[in-house]
Ligand binder design. Structure first.
Ligand code: PLP
Length: 462
């Protein structure tokens, strides 16, 4: 049974016990700061930021229960009690048999890619994620996008833009053969598409198809709770199913998972690798000691694992997830009402501005989304980030820049951190930049790192 007061509007199912003061800056100070950061919001210092919507990763506010759990850290090198609490939470809420903690999501991606991918393999996925694709490539694989076309269209209002196009997968299997596909990588609430969900119906059909060819499904479950909430709201037959039950059903249709616990699972650091195969578990247990730490801590302190175990439990509660997504939609709906172009439908973890439409006079080669993120910061001290051509990087073989259809600025909402008044201010700032958009000029890249360039690239005004 779902206990939410569904006849009332969303509201936070918690109250505030402690606050952290934030920094206000002047426009002159922000001009200095963004220049010093070479127009990359990743290079700003957090004290230069007023409302920090860079990412929802590791930026959640933990509950009093999680903080209490931190005090119960069992800092044993091996066999910490907290590991067993984490293992129990993963089994109870996600259903995977085996779990290995990792320092964060990419630690799990590294291990699973190294175990399962051979050079020359192809790894299909419902849109790429930056670190996920890089680990697949470093292991010798080639990522193949099999998400439905609608996902690459910011304006398309398909309710499940995270769905797999089964025809694309079928064509790939026919072309390269199932033996060259070590697994299909399925993200829930697809980050790069704007936090868009996959439907249970699509996942079930994918399960059927992959079963026929004996191809496993590895689940990037970083935002599984948000995805489950969209299924509850949008998919036939799920309106009265608790989010926790929907999450368990999603996981049951997959063979293993990587998770950045810094997002849905409400912790500041941590990740997991989970699976049902004993053989892969044993290989992963062996490999984790090389890259992360012993299989019962994987680069985390005992206290971090305890906070994660409690965070997982809190993250699957209907009231929590309704308020979390409700806040994101509140901001998104204000933008839509004002005619500001954003990705629709509003996603689960942030509002994504469509920079191509926001700054139509800028060609993608002068980084419109990167430019827009810098302009919003200048206006108000609100920090967002680029999700477009800079994030997409270069093609593995040719070195040519990927030119993604989506050229976006992500206003990512940390969980349980900001108030509705903060959302109003964010909207006001974006609206004021929108009013002056015609005066905005582009950027050129003056330093490009080799890996994941968006984090550390440097830009200058043209
Ligand atoms: C953040 C994220 C990752 C990587 O996790 P980290 O904890 O940052 O290493 C992987 N997949 C998705 C979808 C993510 O959002």
């Amino acid at each position: 049974m779902i206990k939410s007061n569904r006849h009332l509007s969303w509201a936070e199912p918690y109250k505030i016990k402690m606050v952290e003061l934030v920094h206000m800056t002047t426009r002159a100070e922000r001009e200095q700061a963004i220049k010093k950061a070479a127009f990359n919001t990743f290079l700003l210092r957090s004290k230069e930021v007023y409302i920090d919507l860079l990412t929802d990763s590791g930026t959640s506010a933990m509950s009093d229960m999680q903080w209490a759990g931190m005090m119960r850290g069992d800092e044993a090198y091996a066999g910490s009690e907290n590991f067993y609490h984490l293992e129990a939470a993963v089994r109870k809420y996600y259903g995977y048999k085996y779990v290995i903690p990792t320092h964060q999501g990419r630690g799990a991606e590294n291990i699973i890619s190294k175990i399962m991918i051979k050079p020359g393999d192809f790894v299909p996925g419902n849109m790429y994620f930056t670190t996920t694709r890089l680990h697949q490539e470093l292991a010798g694989g080639t990522f193949v996008d099999i998400v439905i076309d609608e996902a690459h269209d910011a304006e398309n209002e398909h309710p499940f833009k995270g769905n797999v196009d089964l025809k694309k997968l079928d064509a790939l299997i026919k072309k390269v053969g199932a033996k060259k596909i070590p697994y299909v990588c399925i993200a829930t609430a697809v980050n790069m598409a704007g936090g868009q969900p996959i439907s249970m119906e699509n996942l079930r059909a994918l399960r059927e198809l992959t079963k026929k060819h004996k191809i496993p499904i590895i689940h990037d479950m970083t935002r599984v709770a948000e995805n489950a909430y969209f299924i509850q709201r949008r998919e036939k037959g799920y309106a009265d199913k608790p989010v926790a039950a929907i999450i368990k059903e999603i996981c049951s249709l997959t063979d293993g998972a990587t998770m950045s616990a810094k997002k849905d699972a409400l912790v500041n650091i941590g990740g997991i690798l989970a699976m049902n195969s004993k053989k892969i578990y044993e290989e992963a247990s062996n490999m984790v000691v090389v890259y992360e730490g012993l299989h019962t801590y994987g680069g985390l302190a005992g206290r971090d694992m305890e906070a994660m175990a409690i965070g997982i439990t809190e993250s699957v509660q209907d009231d929590h997830i309704r308020a979390r997504v409700g806040q994101v939609e509140y901001l998104g709906n204000k933008m839509i009402a004002a005619g500001i172009p954003i990705v629709k439908p509003v996603g689960g973890h942030g509002v994504f501005l469509n920079a191509k439409k926001f700054l139509p006079h800028l060609d993608q080669s002068v980084y419109p989304a990167q430019t827009l993120a810098a302009e919003i910061y200048l206006d108000s001290g609100v920090r967002s980030m680029e999700r477009g051509i800079v994030s997409a990087g270069r093609q593995k073989e040719t070195g040519v820049e990927h030119r993604p259809n989506l050229e976006l600025v992500r206003l990512t909402i940390p969980r349980r951190v900001y108030t509705q008044a903060h959302m109003d201010v964010v909207f006001e700032s974006v609206a004021s930049v929108f009013d002056d958009r015609k005066k905005i000029g582009g950027l050129k890249m003056v330093y490009e790192p080799k890996y994941l360039r968006f984090f550390q690239a440097r830009f200058a005004k043209i």
